[in-house]
Design a protein around this ligand. Sequence first.
Ligand SMILES: O=C(O)Cc1cc(O)ccc1O
Ligand SMILES: [Fe+2]
Length: 445
Amino acid sequence: MSGFGNEFASEDPRCPGSLPKGQNNPQVCPYGLYAEQLSGSAFTCPRSSNKRSWLYRILPSVCHKPLISIPQGNLSHNWDEVSPDPNQMRWLPFKFSESSEKKVDFVEGLNTLCGAGDGRTRNGIAIHIYICNTSMKNKSFYNSDGDFLLVPQKGNLLVTTEFGKLLVEPNEICIIQQGMHFSVEVFGETRGYILEVFGAHFELPDLGPIGANGLANPRDFMVPVACYEDQQFAACFSVISKYQGKLFSAEQDFSPFNVVAWHGNYTPYKYNLDNFMVINGVAFDHADPSIFTVLTAKSTSPGVAIADFVIFPPRWGVADHTFRPPYYHRNCMSEFMGLIKGHYEAKEENFLPGGGSLHSIMTPHGPDADCFKKASEAELKPERIAEGMMAFMFESSFSMAVTKWGLETCNCLDKSYTKCWQPLKSCFNPKWKYPVHPQNTVNLL
Ligand SMILES: O=C(O)Cc1cc(O)ccc1O
Ligand SMILES: [Fe+2]
């Protein structure tokens, strides 16, 4: 089904009439199902932000054995593992496991790179890298701490959820919100990025003067349809919860994907980044990257995001008398960037698909020396920017800490990163003669 945040309704076609009509809690549900509400907002939230879905299932989720603490690998919400480091950071592509013999599934393959805040106080963010090569078997996962925005970079994900199935390919994103059970099937070496937010859900940004259409259009968001499995497993089914940054597992003797029908506005969804309607300058100057915001998780401070998901899609560059690549800057927000495919305009070298960079709060950054020279001398004709490329940014108002995994264990921090700015030399010439550009001459004289 399509649409962002709609009131959806879905019945598995094998059970027509399974969705109760006219009420949520009939004395007896059709087909002998159990009614269960999943709340994604406080009961009392204003209508515009109120989120819940009603699930009609073979057994209610509560029929599980106790949740028991399990090892959590490289997943961490401890932001004090290593001392703060404000330097510009770049990671070469995060490595796949050296032996393909070693089977790692999506949950075992979660590695926390950086973050801030926490799930307990319901305010914060974490960035994880998932690296896996095998499917979750008789295993589901739900995040009690926050919402996951998955950005696959390599390998398709077949995501089974309580609401139905989503096939998510690189260049698509998938949002699994707090509390939703899911299981990930993979088809070989698989890698991607996760933006986790605690305490807010992703929304489409307001469009202001852009008008009613543009950027990510609501109709392009896809929601699964009900699809139940009624398996009784000889072996147990493990239901894993991430709770306060730790993993817990509970055994149960039925599949959690036992929802025959559901309705509501709190669902998982996916979006293909090629559908993004790009808006950009058509006269002069470089617009801020907020014009490329796909989704935002708002903080309570107006205009300030816990985290924005921003992309740098293929587009035309036409700006006159303009330095077209990203400008040099220092930002009161943290910028984590990743690359799905192609190469990014401001960085010729070593910012590669499957790698990343972090420019922390107030840490200066911008085009490398090569890019600066080329763009300063370029003939400014209309040109395609980022053809075949898809880069993205998780931009957050939180000051993030990098984990021990990010700094050491992952073993792909590029120690030479800051060298890319070293060749920049002063071009200052106090005897400069006009004209620079006709427009500047007029302004300056
Ligand atoms: O740092 C970056 O590469 C991201 C970025 C891109 C851009 O076009 C303007 C500002 C900005 O932070
Ligand atoms: Fe930046």
